[in-house]
Design a protein around this ligand. Sequence first.
Ligand code: G3P
Length: 220
Amino acid sequence: MVLKLFIDSADPKEIAAAAATGLVDGVTTNPSLAAKTGLDLIEALTQICALVQGPVSAEVLATDTAGMIAEGRRYAKIAKNIAIKVPLTWDGLKACRSLRSEGLMVNVTLCFSPVQAMMAAKAGATFISPFIGRLDDAGEDGMSLIRDIRAIYDNYGFETQILAASIRNVPHVRESALAGADVATLPPAVFRQLLYHPLTDKGLDAFLADARKAGVKVRE
Ligand code: G3P
C-alpha cells in the first residue's frame, strides 16, 4: 500500500501533463474547479476519464437526495471510473447509500469533523474528503482531523478511504502520509513541487560540471 495521489483539477490539459509521469492515481473535481476551466462539464469529465485509469470525482449540483441520485446516474454514464461526489449533508448521505447500492463509487465531500466522517463511512462512502487547508485557514488543525478519522476507521474496520483534500503544500502531503491517509488530492502546482529540493538541483549541477571539466562521457 502506498499513498495514492490524485490531481485536484478539472482542466484536462493540466491533468494530462501530470498523468504523463505515470504516477497519478485519480482526479478530483469540484464545481469551483469546473467553473474555472470554462469548458462544458460533461465534455471535460469525458476527457479526464480517458486520461487516468483511477477514480475521477464528479460533484453533484443538486442539494436534494433525488436530484443527487439523478445527477450521479448521469455522471456514471460518462465512464466506469467516475466517482460521484456528494456533500456531507443528510440528503448527501441518503444519496450515497442509494448510489453505493447500485455499485457506483461515492466520494463524500466537505468533511470538517471526525463524526461527520464516521457517518459518511456508515453510509458506505468509498471516499471521505476531509478539507485540511480550509480548517487551517479557520485557525484549526487540519491534520489532526486526518489522524482522528484514521483512528476511528481503524477502531471499527470501516473500509472508506481517507482522501486528504484542500491540500496547499508539500508538507501537507508528508503529514497526510504520516497520518495514514489513503489518498491525497493535489493541485497541479503542488504535484509538480513534490520532487523539488534545492540540494537535488545543486548536487546535479555539480555532478554534471565535474563530468564536463574532466571530459567524462558515457561510451556507447
Ligand atoms: O476538491 C476539494 C478541495 O481539494 C478544495 O480545496 O483549496 O479549494 O480548499 P481548496
